[in-house]
Write a protein that binds this ligand. Sequence first.
Ligand SMILES: [Zn+2]
Length: 315
Amino acid sequence: MFICDCHCDTLTELYKKNADLYGNEQHFDIKRQIALGGGLQFCAIFVPTPEFRYYGGLRYTLQLLDKYLQECKKLRAAGVDVLQVRTKADAADVLNHRAATLLAIEEGGAIDGSLEALRCLYELGVRAMTLTWSNRNDIADGVNEASSGGGLTVFGRKVVAEMNKLGMLVDVSHIAPAGFWDVIEASSKPIIATHSNAKGLCPHPRNLDDKQILAINANDGLIGVTFAGQFLEEDYHNACIESVYRHIDYMLNLMGNDDHVGFGSDFDGISHPPYNINGVQDYKPLVDFLSAKYSDATIAKITHQNVLNLLQKVL
Ligand SMILES: [Zn+2]
């Protein structure tokens, strides 16, 4: 089993608790990822708004980025085989390593309104950015602002163009619908919704409606099905492995193929995980459950191949 997972908030917890990426008490660590069979984990620097809504987002981003780089250094020093994915060649090489990470940002306020900062963060290894969290920033409106109807700002369009040029994944999870459709039109490369589910099954504002799911399919992009209980079931107490399966199956049926769905657990960022998923180790029962429903070829695509294919198209 090799799991590509497009979103977790583990870095925030490690930074706050001065804990290690290799082994910790959080939902995700490298030790359990390797024990599972290996994987590629997107590690997001989550910039909390409103705390850093108007000022300080870049400084906070660098603090978490430093934590990530220090942890990577410690893993190398300890001889743990963890690849940091930055290039197409890295993406092609992922399966030859025990584990891998990809550095991401969740909330475009991280760049403090500066394309220069965006380019510097790229140089430091950032390869994906969620344009907004659920609030408004100077790139676009998040889902909490959906009623105001705002899409991409003029600056937001420049950010998408620059990310396309650099080779960064443009992430539309959290963005309000108007902004979603602006990104579909503006992006010259396939996009990603790193952690979102199907609104047709669970009508949460953070989930994607059928038209959005079909647009990501047509765009050759990818949706990371997320384990947040509130996005899986209307009553999050009912969220379980089978709910994750139902969202995957809904998307596969709607799209009519199995090329554009993966995982985006949101480990260490979810207040209500499914009652039978408590961390990265529980990919085992989840994949066992899915293996009873799908062919080996489909399982390989959902667990890792679709994400690796997307990286080949975008990085
Ligand atoms: Zn999120």
